[in-house]
Design a protein around this ligand. Structure first.
Ligand SMILES: NC(=O)C1=CN([C@@H]2O[C@H](COP(=O)(O)OP(=O)(O)OC[C@H]3O[C@@H](n4cnc5c(N)ncnc54)[C@H](O)[C@@H]3O)[C@@H](O)[C@H]2O)C=CC1
Ligand SMILES: C[C@H](O)[C@@H]1OC(=O)[C@H](O)[C@@H]1O
Length: 256
């Protein structure tokens, strides 16, 4: 098992990529702190996830706190330490992408997207890193960025800068935290079918187009990201830091 005796914190783990990653981390032996927004609608999914992780013989605890709140990282770390004793891996995954055109983008939509996806991530990464430094035995931090860190989207002008920001945050943190043995890497998913793009992909023409851009011939599933996250979290990636890993079925390189 690749993550035996490690404690992993994952934000936005109530569903989608975060949930799949939480389950795979548990299959690999980790105790998991499940970060979620705190909304009632997320709670039943979170309870089911806790049960599933416990049935694998691992510990699970949920912390309901909005990703954009600068205090959330501290709350996640406190829960990890008080339930499991350590923080070994921090996965910053929570994110939103309310598709909207640029010229009439409401300020609130822009600000909420940046706050949830990037500002909260900064403080949560800082909280996790400080705990790892106190522990004195390194750690792994993974930011779920996106292929959108590298390419644009006309309806994502508020979103793509947050994903480029996460990639850049991991690059700079790799330098700042390397001396403490803390590795920082970015995961760049392509188009993965989850709730974040359910409405967008309900348009069959768009869906077919996105699949046709993908050399592997299909859109991604949350489980496609779980293995790469476990790899970056594990000691198998002991010399990997400041890296970015595209997990997109080949979409990025498919120009013609
Ligand atoms: N689905 C895709 O095609 C891609 C997704 N991503 C990124 O993957 C990450 C996970 O997204 P998905 O699993 O696809 O979507 P999703 O909508 O299924 O999951 C998003 C998660 O973030 C949580 N979340 C949203 N706002 C929050 C808040 N204010 N506080 C705490 N938690 C909050 C949600 O409750 C949910 O658990 C996001 O950062 C997204 O930008 C990146 C590239 C592609
Ligand atoms: C939500 C979108 O479908 C998805 O988000 C990303 O980060 C990808 O680039 C896709 O556009």
């Amino acid at each position: 098992m690749l993550l035996k005796d490690k404690t992993v914190i994952i934000t936005g783990a109530s569903r989608g990529i975060g949930r799949a990653a939480a389950l795979e981390c548990a299959r690999q032996g980790a105790d998991v702190v499940i970060g979620y927004s705190g909304s009632e609608s997320s709670r039943s999914g979170v309870d089911a996830l806790i049960e599933e992780i416990q049935s694998l013989g691992c510990g699970a605890v949920a912390v309901g706190a909005p990703a954009g709140d600068p205090e959330t990282g501290d709350k996640l770390v406190e829960a990890a330490v008080s339930y499991f004793g350590t923080v070994d891996v921090f996965v910053n995954n929570a994110g939103i992408c309310p598709f909207h055109s640029f010229l009439d983008m409401p300020r609130e939509t822009y600000l909420e997207t940046v706050n949830t996806n990037l500002n909260g991530a900064f403080f949560a990464v800082q909280a996790a890193a400080n705990q790892m430094k106190r522990q004195g035995r390194g750690g792994a931090i993974i930011a779920v960025s996106s292929i959108s860190a590298l390419v644009g989207g006309g309806m994502q002008t508020h979103y793509t800068p947050t994903k480029a920001g996460l990639l850049s945050l991991m690059q700079s943190c790799a330098i700042a935290l390397g001396p403490y043995g803390i590795r920082c890497n970015a995961l760049l998913p392509g188009t993965i079918e989850t709730d974040i793009n359910k409405e967008d992909l309900a348009d069959q023409e768009k869906r077919d187009y996105m699949a046709s851009r993908t050399p592997l011939g299909r859109l991604g599933r949350p489980e496609d990201l779980a293995g790469p996250i476990v790899f970056l979290a594990s000691d198998m990636a002991a010399y990997v830091t400041g890296a970015s890993l595209l997990v997109d079925g080949g979409m990025y390189v498919n120009l013609q």
